[in-house]
Design a binder for this molecule. Structure first.
Ligand code: HEC
Length: 162
């Protein structure tokens, strides 16, 4: 009986010990993974905005040349970048004003669907004003967005029918 008790206690002792060791190992792995996550690259709001700026310019030429498939692509790219901002820039309180451009984006999408260049230009002008409203509301009024006058790149054909 004594031997059985001793054996039982010994098994319990070793298995508890093993459990504690496993927990410690697991914690060490979690800590090092946490460090990796903290160090991983996350683009900042300014970097995302550079993307938005590029798509904004491309969208203008696609729309005014009535290259509707390209315009549709560019407006979706803006939408995707806004989604990324919402996902990755949660530490920036300014992003609560992002919705300010939604109505203009919707009007642009509608103009693209209807292939209406005048409506497109009107909605694009509204969008550009909304970019600046948000910048002004968030102490970035010095970032002034305008309707582009020159092609954003010269290695792409923005005209339709290619
Ligand atoms: C949430 C409101 C908001 C909206 C809407 C918005 N922006 Fe911004 N934008 C910001 C903020 C805040 C910054 C400063 C980011 C930083 O701290 O780096 C910024 C920065 C920028 C910059 C400067 C980037 C750089 O690093 O030099 C550009 C260009 C820009 N935005 C373009 C646009 C365009 C184009 C639109 C409209 C299609 C737009 N933004 C709409 C808030 C906004």
């Amino acid at each position: 009986m004594k031997t059985a008790l001793f054996l039982f206690a010994a098994i319990l002792f070793f298995s508890c010990n093993q459990g504690q060791q496993d927990t410690r190992q697991l914690q060490t792995r979690i800590d090092s993974l946490q460090q990796l996550v903290n160090k991983s690259y996350k683009p900042g709001l300014g970097e995302f905005m550079l993307g938005v700026q590029q798509h904004h310019a491309r969208l203008w030429f696609a729309g005014t040349y009535q290259n509707w498939p390209l315009a549709d692509f560019e407006v979706h790219e803006i939408g995707e970048t806004l989604d990324d901002i919402k996902q990755y820039c949660t530490d920036r309180p300014e992003i609560k004003s992002l919705g300010i451009i939604d109505p203009a984006i919707n009007s642009i999408s509608k103009a693209i669907r209807q292939k209406d260049v005048e409506q497109f230009k009107k909605a694009f002008t509204e969008l550009t004003a909304d970019c600046n409203t948000c910048h002004k509301d968030n102490q970035h009024g010095f970032n002034v967005i305008v309707i582009p006058t020159g092609l954003p790149v010269d290695n792409q054909n923005f005209k339709p029918g290619n």
